[in-house]
Write a protein that binds this ligand. Structure first.
Ligand code: PHE
Length: 331
């Protein structure tokens, strides 16, 4: 019996253990034989022997189960070891991309005005003369139309030259109060160091009933916005002209390159022009049938912002897709 127990405990393989089980507990196994041998014994002896054999059967059963579970555990350990993942193996290289500087700058502008509770409007890239010019106080004879070289389709439609027609579309669709920005693509027939035929603007428009909106409101938000975008700069407002605002101004920031001392980039003025703005002209309100309201508007070029923030000297390089430039904007 000791022999059997040692055999079980030394067994290294589940199949072999099953053979051992059969050889002991099976129909023709050792125990069965021992039970059969009892027929020659007398009554009392028989009883005694049966009790002994049943006890043995219990002991063997327990030993077999114990070894069985030990072998299962060893088997699992071996499996885990052999299936271990080698994390030192080289994997294919994954390139991490980044936003194009124009998109990144656009996102930053949008997030500022989003936080300031401005809604986002879209409008159309293909516009008509009325929305792009006429309703914005630029009648057909107006010399200010020469400020913008327009792509015409020849059927009265045109590619919008600025995002200002979105002001008109929003005012026609909604009622004051209005608080919106319109980020979008615009088109002009222009191509040099600082002009491309396609570029991006963000328009802003705030309108309230009555005379609640003042130039001070405009100055406050634009100054705060420009500091958010450019950091610690000085901001100034300089009188200017736009047909759709009166009075009109251009906002300048102190030159990022020379700190305001004067350099080639700022034409030795110490200032960089960054956006146009003003109080919405009464003629614009007339064309959308608004009465007794006040408001301000502003417009800026996103590429110009991106160029200043990232010190990119040539606007055209923003649209060439040159990886040597774009790789510098990986996150
Ligand atoms: N639409 C003007 C431009 O394209 C910018 C602007 C918008 C100016 C709104 C004042 C108010 O130059």
């Amino acid at each position: 019996m000791r022999d059997f127990i040692n055999k079980i405990r030394d067994c290294q393989d589940k199949n072999e253990l099953e053979n051992i089980r059969i050889s002991i507990l099976g129909k023709k196994g050792e125990l069965a034989k021992a039970f059969a041998d009892m027929k020659n014994l007398s009554g009392d002896q028989k009883k005694e022997r049966a009790k002994e054999l049943n006890e043995l059967k219990d002991i063997f059963t327990v030993e077999l189960e114990k070894r069985e579970s030990e072998l299962s555990e060893i088997e699992l350990d071996n499996k885990m070891l052999s299936e271990k993942i080698d994390i030192s193996l080289l994997s294919p290289k994954v390139e991490i991309g980044g936003y194009h500087p124009v998109v990144e700058t656009m996102n930053r502008i949008i997030s500022y005005f989003n936080n300031m509770n401005f809604s986002i409007e879209e409008g159309n890239m293909v516009e008509d003369d009325w929305h792009n010019f006429e309703a914005l106080n630029l009648p057909k004879s107006h010399p200010a139309r020469d400020m913008q070289d327009t792509f015409y389709f020849g059927d009265g439609r045109l590619l919008r030259t600025h995002t200002s027609p979105v002001q008109i579309r929003t005012m026609m669709r909604e009622k004051p109060p209005i608080r919106m920005i319109a980020p979008g693509t615009v088109f002009r027939r222009d191509f040099d160091l600082t002009h491309t035929p396609m570029f991006h603007q963000v328009e802003g428009l705030v309108i309230e009933n009555g005379d609640k909106v003042s130039f001070a409101n405009l100055k406050f938000i634009l100054e705060d916005f420009l500091k958010y975008m450019f950091g610690d700069v000085k901001v100034r407002f300089r009188p200017s002209f736009f047909p759709f605002t009166e009075p009109s101004a251009e906002a300048d920031i102190s030159c990022l390159f020379c700190g305001g001392n004067g350099c080639r980039v700022c034409s030795h003025t110490g200032w960089l022009e960054v956006l146009g703005c003003g109080m919405v002209d009464p003629n614009v309100f007339k064309s959308v049938n608004y009465e007794n309201v006040s408001g301000y508007a502003f417009g800026l070029g996103v590429e110009r912002f991106a160029m200043l923030i990232h010190r990119v000297p040539d606007l055209r390089s923003m649209f060439e897709g040159d990886l040597r430039l774009l790789e510098q904007f990986r996150v």
